[in-house]
Design a protein around this ligand. Structure first.
Ligand SMILES: Cc1cc2nc3c(=O)[nH]c(=O)nc-3n(C[C@H](O)[C@H](O)[C@H](O)COP(=O)(O)OP(=O)(O)OC[C@H]3O[C@@H](n4cnc5c(N)ncnc54)[C@H](O)[C@@H]3O)c2cc1C
Length: 508
C-alpha cells in the first residue's frame, strides 16, 4: 500500500502464470500495492489474445480489436488511474458495429448515441421496444452492481460480504431474471421476427460464445448495453498492444518482473495449498522450481486443471470435464491497399451469409478495419481482420495429417476472401498480405487448451453466480481471465484481475 507516497514492500511473493490482459492487470496492481511480483509467459510478446504481430509494415491485432471500459469510471480507466499512468489513446467506435443480415445490402447500425440506436432498432425491429427497454433497465441495475465490485461466485465469508455490499434495492429487480435466457424473453414478449433473433444471435455469439436461446438474459443486457454512451467501445491508436505495453510499463516501474518465453509446466501444492511452480526457460531449456506465496493462473480453467495434474480436486476436474466444448476461432489477416476499403467503412462489421445452420459455424464473419493514421498500416494501405467461430476439434482430428490441416485452412481462407470480396474490393492487386490463424495457431501462441477462445460461455449454468470462481479449491491459487466472472473481453478479464488483487490483499 502507498503510505505517505512511499510504497511499503510486502514480503509475499506472487507468481503470475500468463501475461494476458488479466495476468498483467493483476500483476501491475499487486506490484503497485507493494507485492513482489514475477510474471511468466510462454509467448514471445505479452498480451495473449489481445496482442499483435507485424508483417510487411502492417500491424495486426491477433484477436481482440475493440475495447470496452476506457471511459471515465470504466474498468480499464479505473485501473490506469490507480496505476497513475495515462490510458492508451483511443477513438470511440460509432457505430460500434454494422451488422449485415443475409441478402441485405444495408446494415443494422449499432450507434453509440442511445437515442440514435433506439431509433435504429425501432426501424429495424418494429414492435420490439418493450424488450429493449427491459434490457436497458437490467443493464442499468447490473452495471451499477458490477461497479460496486461484487465477488462472483462467492467462495468464503469475505467474498460473500463483498457480494452483499454491492447489492442495492434495484439489484433485487434483476433476480427474477436470473434463470431466464434471451430466447425465453423474446418468446415472452411474443417476438418471433427472424431478423431480430438473428441479429441477437450474431451479436451475442461474439460476447457470450452462445446464441440468444442459450445466453443468460442478465449477461446479454450488459453485453449489448456497453456499446452506447456513457460507456462505449473504443479503437486503440497504434494497436491492441498499447494496452499490454501500458501495463508492463507500470509493472516494471513498480519493481515487478516479466519473463517472456518461460513456460509454466506444473503448479505444485502441499496440504491443499499452493507452494511453487515449475518453470521451463524455452531458450536455454533450464527447468526450475520457483516458490510462491500466491499463484495467479491467467489461463483457461481447462489449462489450470492440466497444470495441477493429480493435485486437482475430483469435483473440480469433473466440473471442467463436463463443460460444453468451447469455441475456437478462424482468423484471416489481410494487408490491403486503401482502395480495397469502401468509403466511410465502419471500423467493425458483422456479416451472416445464410440463415441455415447454427450461427457461427463458418457462416459469419466479424470484421475489423483499420483507418488511416491509426498506426496499423503504412499510408495508402489498411488492415482487414476477419474472424469466424469454429469447432476446435475439426482442426485437431487426425493431428498427424498435416495435409488435411493445410487444406482445411486453405479452404477457410479462400471462403473468407471470397465472402469479404462481396463488400471489399479484393483483387490480387489490392491484397498485399494474407495470413490465417486456426485453433492450432491460438494453442501455439496463447497456450490455450485446444486453441479455445473467449471463455466458458455465458449460459445460465455458467454465468455470474454459477461460473468458476477466482478463488480455486487450492488455497492461495487464483484463477484470472475469461474463464471467470464477468467473462471474456479485455474489460471482463480486468474485473477478474481486480477481484483477485482484492482477495489477496484481504488474505495478507
Ligand atoms: C478472434 C478474437 C477476437 C476477440 N475480439 C475481442 C474484442 O474485440 N474485444 C475484447 O475485449 N475481447 C475480444 N476477444 C477476447 C479477448 O481477447 C480475451 O477474452 C482476453 O484477451 C483474454 O485475456 P486473458 O488475460 O484471460 O487470457 P489470454 O489472452 O489467453 O492470455 C493468457 C496468457 O497466458 C500465457 N500462458 C498460457 N499458458 C501458459 C503457461 N503454461 N506458461 C506460461 N504462460 C502461459 C499465454 O501465452 C497468454 O499470453 C477476442 C478474442 C479472440 C480470440
Amino acid at each position: 500500500m502507498r503510505s505517505g507516497g512511499i510504497r511499503q514492500a510486502k514480503a509475499q511473493r506472487i507468481v503470475v502464470i500468463g501475461a494476458g490482459i488479466g495476468g498483467l492487470t493483476a500483476a501491475a496492481l499487486l506490484a503497485h500495492r507493494g507485492y513482489s511480483v514475477l510474471v511468466l509467459d510462454q509467448a514471445i510478446v505479452p498480451g495473449g489474445c489481445a496482442s499483435t504481430f507485424k508483417r510487411k509494415g502492417f500491424t495486426f491485432d491477433v484477436g481482440a480489436t475493440q475495447v470496452a471500459g476506457l471511459e471515465p469510471g470504466g474498468i480499464h480507466h479505473r485501473i490506469f488511474s490507480e496505476l497513475g499512468i495515462e490510458p492508451p489513446a483511443a477513438t470511440p467506435c460509432d457505430p460500434a458495429c454494422a451488422v449485415y443480415l443475409p441478402h441485405e445490402t444495408a446494415p443494422i447500425q449499432v450507434w453509440r448515441d442511445p437515442q440514435q440506436w433506439q431509433a435504429e432498432r425501432q426501424r429495424q425491429f418494429p414492435g420490439s421496444e418493450p424488450f429493449w427497454q427491459l434490457l436497458a433497465d437490467l443493464f442499468r441495475y447490473s452495471w451499477a452492481f458490477q461497479s460496486r465490485d461484487p465477488v462472483l461466485p462467492p467462495r468464503d465469508l469475505w467474498d460473500l460480504a463483498q457480494l452483499v455490499q454491492a447489492v442495492r434495492p434495484d439489484t433485487l429487480l434483476t433476480l427474477p431474471h436470473t434463470f431466464t435466457t434471451v430466447g425465453q424473453m423474446l418468446r415472452a414478449y411474443g417476438l418471433t421476427d427472424r431478423r431480430l433473433k438473428t441479429f441477437l444471435d450474431l451479436q451475442l455469439k461474439l460476447y457470450s460464445q452462445v446464441d440468444a436461446d442459450e445466453t443468460a438474459l442478465l449477461y446479454a443486457a450488459t453485453a449489448l448495453g456497453v456499446s452506447q454512451e456513457p460507456q462505449g467501445l473504443y479503437h486503440l491508436q497504434g494497436s491492441m498492444q498499447a494496452l499490454s505495453d501500458c501495463l508492463v510499463q507500470a509493472l516494471e516501474r513498480d519493481g515487478g518482473k516479466l519473463l517472456m518465453r518461460h513456460t509454466v509446466q506444473r503448479i505444485l501444492t502441499e496440504n491443499n495449498r499452493v507452494t511453487a511452480i515449475e518453470i521451463c526457460n524455452q531458450k536455454t531449456g533450464d527447468v526450475w522450481v520457483e516458490p510462491a506465496d500466491h499463484v495467479i493462473a491467467n489461463v483457461t480453467v481447462q489449462n489450470l486443471v492440466q497444470l495441477l495434474g493429480d493435485a486437482v480436486p475430483t469435483g473440480y476436474r469433473r466440473r471442467v470435464d463436463k463443460l460444453p466444448t468451447a469455441s475456437g476461432a478462424f482468423v484471416i489477416y489481410l494487408g490491403v491497399k486503401q482502395d480495397a476499403i469502401p468509403a466511410n467503412c465502419p471500423p467493425h462489421l458483422q456479416f451472416l451469409y445464410d440463415y441455415d445452420g447454427p450461427i457461427g459455424e463458418n457462416n459469419s464473419l466479424f470484421v475489423s478495419v483499420s483507418h488511416p493514421g491509426d498506426g496499423r498500416a503504412p499510408e495508402g494501405y489498411a488492415t482487414v481482420i476477419a474472424s469466424s467461430f469454429t469447432h476446435p476439434t475439426i482442426w485437431w482430428n487426425g493431428e498427424a495429417a498435416s495435409d488435411s490441416y493445410q487444406s482445411l485452412k486453405q479452404h477457410y481462407t479462400d471462403t473468407a476472401i471470397q465472402r469479404l470480396g462481396q463488400f471489399f474490393h479484393l483483387t490480387p492487386d489490392t491484397i498485399v498480405h494474407v495470413e490465417a490463424a486456426t485453433p492450432r495457431t491460438f494453442a501455439h501462441y496463447t497456450g490455450r487448451d485446444q486453441g479455445i477462445v473467449g471463455g466458458i460461455g455465458q449460459r445460465i449454468s455458467t454465468f455470474g453466480p454459477f461460473g468458476f470462481a477466482n478463488r480455486t479449491p487450492i488455497n492461495h491459487l487464483w484463477l484470472v481471465g475469461d474463464s471467470t466472472h464477468p467473462g471474456e473481453g479485455t474489460a471482463g478479464v480486468s474485473y477478474s484481475a481486480l477481484t483477485v488483487v482484492r482477495q489477496i490483499e484481504a488474505e495478507s
